[in-house]
Each structure stands twice: as C-alpha cells, then as structure tokens.
Design a binder for this molecule. Structure first.
Ligand SMILES: C[S@@+](CC[C@H](N)C(=O)[O-])C[C@H]1O[C@@H](n2cnc3c(N)ncnc32)[C@H](O)[C@@H]1O
Length: 441
C-alpha cells in the first residue's frame, strides 16, 4: 500500500470528521465505489438528497492496470481524501478488508464473462482471471448475509449485446449470477442528452435489489408493463412512453452458468435477447424497447464552453493543421491490407459534421479526446471564426463534473479520464429516487 502524503492525510482526517458528523445527523446509505476512476458515482451520489437521507461513501477502490503512475486514484484522493480509499488491483483486495455496506456502485469494464465447465468448482463460480465482473460477484458472495442490499452499476450499452457471436450471453450470465445471490435486477439504456444533459452518451445502468427490500417488493407487487415504464426505479427516474405489454419479451433464465455460456441465444445469435429496458426477478426476465418521454429543457454544447479569453492558445488549430483535421473528418476510401492474410480491401467512411454543432448536445467524449493531433472523433468547435479543440474544463462540464476536478495531470490525461467517466447527472437522478423510495435505512 502507498504511503499517504501529509496533504492526503490532512484531507482524509477532514473528510473522516465530516463523515462522522453526517452519520450522526442523518440517515445514510453506506456505499462503496468500485472502479472509481475520478469519482463520477461519488459526485452524483453526493449531489443526491431527499429529506434527511443521503449516501455516505465508506470505501472506494481504483487501480489502473496499464500505467505505473495512478493518475485517477491520485485525483480521487486529492478530491475526496485519502482515508478509506484503496489504490490496489481489486482482485488482490480481501473481502474482509472491505467495510460492510448497503450499496455497491461502479462502472466495470465490458469483458467476456463466459464460464468454462472445467472452471466450475464446489466453492461456486470461477470465471476467467482478470474479468472484473467476478470481483464484484466475489465480494457479494463472500459478504454472505452482510452483502449489500443494492447495487448500481454502469457499462457500455454493448454489454446487452455481447458477444457478437451469441448476443446477450454475457448479460445473461450477470443476471443469472445475481439471481443466484438473491437479487432482482432492473436495467435501462440511458442517453444522457435525451434527458436534458449535455452529452450524447448511451450507457446501460443496472440496479439490483436484494430480496425483501422496497424495490424488490415493488417489482413483485406490480404488473410487468408497469414495472418497465412506471413503477420500477428507471421508469420513475427517467420517464418513457407507455410500453405495449404485447411487445414485452419474457424469458426464463437458466441457473446454470455453463449452460448459459454454451447455449444462450444459440439458435438466433444475431437477435437481441435484451432490449433497452428490462428487469429480472426469480430467474425470469422481461424486456422491451423504449421511447423517451421528456418535456424539459435540452442542453447544447454551446452552453458549456469557457470564455474565449480563458482558453489557452494550444487548443487553437492553425491553417496548416486544419487541412489534416478536414481530411480526418471528411469522406474517404482507402486501400488497406490485412496483415495476416495479405488480402487487399477498400475501407470507406462518410463525412462527419465539422466543426461540431454548438446548438446540439455534444457527441460522446472518448478516451482519445485529448492531444493536438488531428482526429476524426475529437471535438472541434468554431468560435469567432477560429477552430479549436475542447479544453479539459469543457470536457468536465460535458460530464457534469465540477470545473477543474481533474486538475494536476496533463491535458491529455484529463481528457482520457473524462472519456472513461460518466454523466454524473444520471447518477444524481437515480440517487434521488433511491433515497426517496427506500425504507430500510
Ligand atoms: C469505466 S472506468 C470507471 C470511471 C468512473 N466511473 C469515473 O467516473 O471516473 C473503469 C475504471 O476501472 C479501473 N480498473 C480497471 N481494472 C481495475 C482493477 N483490476 N482494479 C481496480 N480498478 C480497475 C480503471 O482504471 C478505470 O478507472
């Protein structure tokens, strides 16, 4: 474990004192944040409030496998304090070192969750090494009756469709393994911009609730269609148009993960087994397509830009560079050679809107958003006749983070961290609803 700096220690003590005060003043949902990055869940949950209830992060974990310097973890500690934060590979952390908690949150990577029969042993499921879903599973399983009552997870929407050769198999494994641990699971693909937030970012949010909790009991008590569009967590927090009950797909899930690995959706591997919203309870899942029902104000990219006077000059693109950007964004057809087979083929792509439109929500921020080199996917805006890239502060704003949350590392790193993060407004809204509805704290 790393030695805390004096600054970190001081921050940690301050935070700890604050937390203790809050514990005695209000009803807290004790929460741990895994795969914490720079703390998107934590900011969203901190903003969430209902009467005297709030969330209290009792432990967090962040470890970046690909770099020696732990930028995200350093920023997390700087912003939230050193105490109760772990910067270790989660697979090396013992469950007994993680405090008991009522809710577990985190954005875990989309990987291959398949289970091989040879890996099945008497102690439960052994997924592939390095597949982080199994770390969440391990904590839930080893905590036994102290396991959290709720989970709130985030992932790319591709999770519902992967792997491409057997669509939905990986999500079916997640659902079935949570079912075995006594959870009901709700999910929804949410595009933040469709609910008035600044960025077009489609992510799947997953909420699991343990048997006998308010949310679990609600799912049991209400009709399938109501749970999907009205009475479930997502139906309440992110309104959608009424779902025609005839269009809901209902399926039984196998409780055998090896059977799911080998056979799930085998007969129609290209058909989506899981649609944009759904829930699973007692090993049966219901899923349907959605249409957003939002009548509030929409946000546009232009609303989140810094004053031009405060934009450093390295973000501007000169005449010479502009040609490269226009080429990247334009339509083209290029001859490529397959490195393994030597086969030549034509790669074609259409043109992209250039510069980015200021009157629409931004496109999705990706991890490669930073750096000067011309790219197809980085944002470029045109202000007062001049082209420029977005600044780290603007990228933070598009995720609804506070300005300069990631200050202290290079601009390219800051962009990377925002490309990995989430739109915190979504977590805040879900957090508000959880606090409002929950009885058992
Ligand atoms: C999708 S990002 C989550 C970002 C976060 N929600 C935020 O707001 O910044 C996943 C995070 O998991 C971390 N991670 C990857 N492997 C890990 C491991 N073995 N143990 C702990 N964290 C890991 C990555 O460094 C990354 O920050």
């Amino acid at each position: 474990m790393k030695t805390p700096t004096l600054f970190n220690l001081f921050q940690g003590i301050k935070e700890h004192k604050n937390m203790n005060m809050k514990v005695s003043q209000s009803n807290c949902i004790t929460t741990i944040e895994l795969f914490a990055g720079v703390g998107g869940f934590r900011i969203g949950l901190k903003n969430a409030k209902h009467s005297n209830k709030n969330f209290h992060i009792v432990w967090s974990n962040q470890w970046e496998p690909s770099t020696k310097i732990q930028h995200a973890s350093q920023i997390y500690e700087k912003q939230f304090g050193y105490t109760n934060h772990s910067n270790e590979d989660i697979s090396k952390v013992k469950t007994s070192d993680i405090p008991d908690h009522q809710m577990l949150v985190g954005g875990f990577p989309c990987q291959d969750y398949s289970v091989a029969s040879t890996l099945k042993n008497s102690h439960g499921i052994n997924g592939k090494k390095g597949v982080l879903w199994w770390e969440i599973y391990r904590i839930l399983e080893e905590k036994k009756d102290k396991a959290p009552k709720y989970l709130l997870l985030e992932n790319v929407d591709r999770l519902l469709k992967s792997p491409a050769s057997q669509r939905g198999r990986d999500f079916a494994i997640i659902l079935s393994s949570l079912n075995a641990l006594g959870y009901a699971v709700e999910w929804r693909v949410i595009n933040a911009s469709e609910y008035g937030m600044p960025q077009r970012r489609r992510r799947v949010f997953i909420f699991a609730s343990k048997k006998d909790t308010t949310f679990y009991n609600n799912l049991k008590a209400n009709s399938i269609a109501d749970n999907l569009d009205k009475t479930g967590l997502f139906g309440k927090a992110f309104p959608i148009k009424k779902i025609d009950s005839k269009k809901v797909i209902t399926q039984q899930l196998s409780s055998d993960l090896v059977d799911i690995t080998d056979n799930f959706n085998k007969n129609s591997p290209k058909t989506n087994a899981f649609l944009e919203t759904g829930y699973m309870i007692d090993s049966v899942y219901h899923t349907a397509k959605i249409e957003t029902n939002y009548s509030g104000k929409y946000s546009v990219l232009g609303d989140f830009l810094q004053d031009e006077d405060s934009v450093p000059k390295e973000f501007y693109i000169d005449e010479e560079e502009l040609k490269k950007w226009k080429y990247q964004k334009g339509s083209k057809s290029i001859e490529r050679v397959n490195k393994t087979t030597g086969h030549k083929y034509k790669y074609a792509e259409g043109s992209m809107g250039f510069p980015d439109c200021l009157n629409k929500p931004s496109r999705t921020i990706i991890t490669g958003e930073g750096g000067k080199s011309a790219s197809r996917f980085k944002h470029v805006v045109k202000i007062n006749g001049k082209y420029r890239r977005l600044t780290p502060i603007e990228l933070e704003r598009l995720n609804m983070f506070p300005d300069n949350h990631t200050i202290g590392v290079t601009d390219t790193k800051r962009a990377f961290l925002m490309g990995n993060a989430l739109v915190v407004g979504i977590v805040e809204r879900l957090g508000n609803l959880i606090l409002k509805e929950i009885d058992e704290i």
